[in-house]
Design a binder for this molecule. Structure first.
Ligand code: HEM
Length: 425
């Protein structure tokens, strides 16, 4: 396409087949053939994104891992060479200058180190483990809502509400306010990250609410995450009100659509691989949990929710995978492509729920490695195991070709997932 600068000019004999078109409808449905082409022929590939911004796509595993840990690549959009070029229209979140944007994914050390240390004290793996029974309860409650009907849209009735309620409870958002969050989050997921009216309004309402909640909690500390953040900041670490609100926001935001898509994409992959699915169900019926644990990792590797890691910008000229990158250039690490790299994974296009050697990049790598990975794993395992156990004959209610994918830049996920099953109570 016009976006591609490596495609041979008309009239010259192509040395390799033409570069695939990126970011169109076909690509949203199945980006993996295009990624295979890029990995092989143009592993650090300059392209024009749908927003008009030019960026480098990094698709090989080794380059991706290196880029994710490279301190010369900043997360702060002030380093973008052309921030004014399409102000507000780049899709680069920090360039919207909204107040909630000074969060972990938009900052570098030393601020990142300070804020991450602070939140890590409140959001520990032990804390997540204590939350296990509650995630099970939420999961069962949502399934109760549709189990008697014999049909459901698993995105809207299951994958979407579960992570919102889970993270609201961990943060300490009172039950009576959680449906507001559900609405705001619904607005954001439906309309993507674009700065359009409804989304901007939802972000604003969320911020106002979070700032108020932080004030209220200051006088009435509990054992929730927001109270933990306040406590940590009162013990010598410095946390501004804006940083606290941005932290709560990123926990909601980073933990929400990702988990929706872990459940949605995961179920989709299982439906497409009935033999693998049967193995998993048999092992669950036998009360084993080993296969469940490796299965969730493999589903993340095979078709994970985060297609591209969030934005990075070169702070100085550098070479990556043999390609020179200028200071100010945006670099996008394509996790979904790296995780199918045959140089790293045996039979990368095969779904193998028992895969052991599986150091996938689905949660990122380096200092920005997913803070919520323990919670995501808990939710993913609980959701899949409970669904497949309670509704064992669950199946797609539409032809797989009719499923529609949400074509965002960072996230990969289904719009709906209609299923049917024998009704149960
Ligand atoms: C960062 C993936 C769930 C909170 C990241 C990154 C990835 C990722 C790839 C790094 C992005 C980058 O380097 O540009 C996922 C996936 C999830 C998931 C695949 C679900 C399956 C969650 C949950 C939470 C969460 C449930 C919290 C409740 C965060 C935070 C960061 C992050 C706060 C930023 C960390 C930092 O910059 O230091 N996640 N995530 N994530 N994730 Fe997750």
């Amino acid at each position: 396409g016009p976006a591609d600068e490596t495609a041979p000019a008309a009239g010259t004999a192509p040395a390799t087949p033409a570069a695939p078109t990126l970011f169109d409808w076909e690509f949203a449905t199945d980006p993996y053939p295009a990624y295979a082409w890029l990995r092989e022929h143009s592993p650090v590939h300059r392209t024009r994104l749908p927003s008009g911004v030019e960026a480098w796509l990094v698709t090989r595993y080794a380059d991706a891992k290196q880029a994710l840990a490279d301190q010369r690549l900043s997360k702060n959009p002030v380093h973008h060479a052309e921030p004014a070029h399409a102000k507000g229209k780049t899709g680069i979140p920090g360039e919207r200058k909204a107040e909630l944007m000074t969060h972990l994914l938009n900052i570098d050390p030393p601020d990142h180190t300070r804020l991450r240390r602070l939140v890590s004290k409140a959001f520990t793996p032990g804390r997540v483990a204590e939350f296990t029974p509650r995630v099970q309860e939420l999961t069962d409650h949502l399934i109760d809502g549709f189990a008697g009907k014999g049909e459901a849209d698993l995105i809207h009735e299951f994958a979407f509400p579960l992570p919102i309620y889970a993270i609201c409870e961990m943060l300490g958002v009172p039950r009576e306010d959680q449906d507001d969050f559900r609405d705001w989050a619904g607005m954001m997921i439906r309309h993507g990250g674009g700065p359009r009216g409804g989304v901007a309004r939802s972000v604003k309402q969320m911020r106002t609410y979070l700032v108020e909640l932080i004030h209220r909690k200051r006088d009435d500390l509990g054992d929730d995450l927001i109270s933990g953040l306040i406590r940590a900041s009162d013990h010598g670490e410095h946390l501004t009100e804006n940083e606290a609100a941005a932290m709560a926001f990123i926990l909601l935001f980073a933990g929400f659509e990702t988990t929706v898509n872990l459940i949605g994409n995961g179920l989709h992959s299982l439906f497409a691989h009935p033999g693998q699915r049967r193995r998993l169900q048999d092992s669950l019926a036998a009360g084993e949990s080993d296969l469940l644990a490796t299965a969730v990792e493999e589903l993340l590797r095979y078709d994970g929710p985060v297609e591209l890691a969030t934005w990075r910008f070169a702070t100085r000229p550098l070479t990556l995978g043999g390609q020179s990158i200028a200071a100010g250039d945006p670099v996008l690490v394509v996790l979904a492509a790296a995780d199918r790299d045959p140089a790293r994974f045996a039979e990368p296009d095969t779904l193998d729920l028992a895969r052991r050697d599986n150091q996938h990049l689905g949660y990122g790598h380096g200092i920005h490695y997913c803070l919520g990975a323990p919670l995501a794993r808990l939710e993913g395992r609980t959701a899949l195991a409970t669904l497949l156990t309670r509704l064992p004959d669950l199946e797609l209610a539409v032809d797989p070709d009719e499923l529609r994918w949400r074509g965002g830049l960072i996230m990969r996920g289904l719009r709906t997932l209609p299923v049917r099953f024998t009704p149960r109570n």
